[in-house]
Ligand binder design. Sequence first.
Ligand SMILES: [Zn+2]
Length: 207
Amino acid sequence: MTAVRSQMLEVVRDAYPETFEGFGPSKPLGESIFSGRTPHPNEVLNLFVQQKLASALPMAYYMATRRGPSSLMDRNLPRNATLSPEVLQSAITGLMTLRELELNETHRMIFEPSGSRPCSAPNCPSRAPTGPAALEAYRKVFDRIVGSSQLGTKVLQVPEFYENCGGELQCVGPGICSGCVERWGSWHAELRKKAWAALPGVFGLRD
Ligand SMILES: [Zn+2]
């Protein structure tokens, strides 16, 4: 029995990592690791709360909140996926904080790049960062990163800066050069680390 339990905990630890290093974007994470019926993330959160799986809670909270309030408060869910008022409150508070962080930081990253000179790549709209072409491109990139259904959050997700245009990969913001995308990519990587480190605090898991 102990062996089974420790094996199960191992699996959980892998899918609900404790450290940012354990959070590989290409790894199966969260509720997708369960075989058979994929449980609702609220159900997993409830289970971990009941079992006092403290190390897995920040990630479990994140998985439930990233879908937004309508998923957290869905009234059609079975009992075991319905959150208690306390858990729901922590989840909503955390979601609002993460979303604010995501919006502010992404805005800063794209629209107010501090200390960086205008891009020097030929034809990149960022050469004139306040020009209409740049602003239009920036807006599209911004929407791609923070735009999310049901007002959830994508703050821990690696953003997709490129889309497939007739077999060719192009930046979501028309004309933006790969240098700008790279700069944004590394900024966003820092944002993900920052957001990860904030998880226990925003969900009230630190006393
Ligand atoms: Zn550029």
